[in-house]
Every structure is written in structure tokens, then in C-alpha cells.
Design a protein around this ligand. Sequence first.
Ligand SMILES: NC(=O)c1ccc[n+]([C@@H]2O[C@H](COP(=O)([O-])OP(=O)(O)OC[C@H]3O[C@@H](n4cnc5c(N)ncnc54)[C@H](O)[C@@H]3O)[C@@H](O)[C@H]2O)c1
Length: 401
Amino acid sequence: METKITVAGTGYVGLSLAVLLAGKYDVRAVDIVPGRVEKINRRQSPIADADIEEYLREKTLHLHATTDAEEGYREADFVIIAVPTNYDPEKNYFDTSAVEAVAKQVIGINPKAVLVIKSTIPVGYTAQLREKLSYRRIMFSPEFLREGHALHDNLYPSRIIVGVDEDSGEMREKAEQFAEILKDCALKDDTPVLLMGTREAESVKLFANSYLAMRVGFFNELDTYAETMEMNAREIIEGVCLEPRIGMQYNNPSFGYGGYCFPKDTKQLRANYGTLPQRLIGAIVETNGIRKEYIVRQVLKRIEKKESPVVGIYRLTMKANSDNFRQSAVQDIMAQLKDNGVRVVVYEPMLRDARTFEEYEVENVFDRFAGESDVIIANRFERALNAVKDKVYTRDLYQCD
Ligand SMILES: NC(=O)c1ccc[n+]([C@@H]2O[C@H](COP(=O)([O-])OP(=O)(O)OC[C@H]3O[C@@H](n4cnc5c(N)ncnc54)[C@H](O)[C@@H]3O)[C@@H](O)[C@H]2O)c1
């Protein structure tokens, strides 16, 4: 309990860590959005995550959220930075300004704090920031959680990695201490702990996500081939994946990978390569665009004989139980359909009473939505669609039955 930890940013990463650590440590959470802070202090989760909701409701947590940076950072031994790093398409790099702003703020208030960056950052960023701010006490610990399972993934982590650039000395000790804190709060005893250089740790995060995105791209290309050649994609995938080195998991075709992390992390890794020789890393980014164009062509084929076709979009989310649709693949498909003169209508209960989403119509009465759609496209098939199965276009091979 003596160690004081502050988390900057209470999104998926920050809040799950704050809740994880607050069972055993004194934790403060800083955010710039008052509504999030108030909810957390009322022990309500601002994000959909069954474990976070349960822990906030039922566990004794030493957790206080605030929008006041002075109050949040003043006494912290460790400040975990979990703020957004969106991809900046103009610079072709992550926008790391929020990470830098928090780092400067903390150093101004508490020049002894150890900063642990959990946000995903470009390779080399931690070292550059240390240099720029003339502040040695910065390390990087990649975060591997999945949205919707954020606390679960930190309670049962696959690995704990801390990047630190000293082989000995105080910062190495701090890195070991931080890894021990995460391990201590996990419910799993045998979590591998790896200490490595900051650039290596930054690379682990980008390569791990790019590998997962590559796998999505691989099975999507397999599916494109099978569908075009009128073959059963599911049979091929099962036959391929029973090879133990390939494995049965994570092989269900989709409209493309999406979400907050894969699209930006793959682009960042490609940018980090610069002019170094590669084909595969760039292809991971490209294949996703190719897949979406393919899906659009498949949908257009289904409506080519209609005079004023309507395509219904069943859910903007990437998967069932998700509470957001940041960068979901279907949104690019909607834009391309619209460019082709198609009227697009969205069914997304998360939009509640909204009549529009961006420039698209929303119809959340399912029967009306289904009735006016000539084709309904669904990245993931849900039971509600059974009643209108003949209209549905999906490549979800495992939930159609
Ligand atoms: N979402 C994931 O699955 C996931 C997984 C691993 C890593 N990451 C990385 O972690 C980082 C955070 O992702 P997230 O999904 O938690 O983001 P998020 O958008 O859910 O949450 C970020 C939070 O930071 C707050 N914030 C912004 N600026 C701030 C500031 N100056 N001070 C305090 N709070 C501030 C925002 O209000 C928001 O509540 C990103 O770099 C992301 O790439 C995300």
C-alpha cells in the first residue's frame, strides 16, 4: 500500500489498470473528461466490461478519480500514461502529443515520479522523449488487453513486459518493481516477466498486433478465393487450421480488421520500417483495403438489378458485445457503397434514438430496417438476422447456423 500509483487516462487501458491495481495499492486516476471521473467515483464503469463493472461495484478498491492534475500526480511514485495515440495520416505517424503533454505535466508537478508509458507508441519514442524532456525516469510497458476483456486480460496476462534502457541501477530496479506490482495484482502465478530495452518493448507491441492483423488478412484472402471460386471456405479453413502449428483460433473471415489498434499499429510499424527492405508489413495494411473493396463488389453484385437499392448495415460494431465501433471495417464499406450511389441505412442499437450517423440514415426499429433493405450486410451474424436470412450478406462462417 505504500507505493502510490496514478493512471493518466481512464479508457480501456487506464481504467482496467487502475481497477486491477487499486485492490492492493493506493491508486489515483486522472482524466480530462469530468463525466468519466464522476462515474468512476460513483463506482460505475464508463466502458462496457463485465469484470470492471463487477470490481467497481463489489470490491474494496483504493481508487479515487480526479480531473485535477495537481491532486492526481503530486504524490505518485509511478504514473502510468494511458492516453490516446491516434494515427496522424498527414505525418504518417502516431500523434503522441497527449503522451508528451501528460509527461510534461507530471514532471512539472512531481519531478521524482517514474513515468510508465502504456499507450502504444512508435519505435524509439521513449528514448526520444527522455532526451527531449531531459528526464531519465521514463519507461515503456506494452499493453496487450482486448476491449471488452480489459480487466480479465490484466488479471490473467499472457506476459508482462517492461522496457528500460539501463542494465543496472535505479531505473532497472524501478522496472523490476513495476513488473512485480502488475504480477502481484494478477490472479495468475506463472506470468512470464520480460525486461528489455525500450525500443525492443515498443517493437513487441507493434509486431504482435501486426502479426494478428496479418492472420486476419490471411483468412480473409483465403475466404475471398473460396467465395470467388464457389468453394466452401469453412471446410478449407478447418482443414488448414487443424495443423497444430496454425491452430483453430482466430480464423473467422470478416469484412476486414478494424478497431482502435490494428489499423493504426500496422501503419505505424510500416512507417517505422521507412526504406528498410520489407513486403509483408506493407501488405498487411494493403490487404485490408483490398478486402473491403472486394466486399463492396460482392454487395454491388447483389443489387445491380435494383433501381434505387438500399443496403442495410447490421451493426457498426466489430463483434458482439462490443461497446464501440472505432475504426470498424464496415464504415469504409459504407463510404464506398455511398460513393457508388447506394442508399445506406444503419441499424445500430448503441446509437439509441439517433436518426443519423455521420451522413447515413439510422433505423433502429429492426422490422422497418429489414423491410426497407434490399441487402443486409453483417460483419458478424446475430440471431436476430435469422428471420431475414435470405437478405443477409455476411462472411461470418461460424455463426450462420
Ligand atoms: N483499446 C485497446 O484495446 C488498447 C490495447 C492496447 C493498447 N492500447 C493503447 O493504449 C492507449 C489508450 O487506449 P484506450 O483504448 O485506453 O483509449 P481511450 O480512448 O479508451 O481512453 C483514453 C483516455 O485518455 C483520456 N485523456 C486524453 N488526454 C488526456 C490527458 N491529457 N490527461 C488525462 N487523460 C487524458 C481520454 O479522456 C480517455 O478517457 C492508446 O495508445 C492505445 O493504442 C489500447
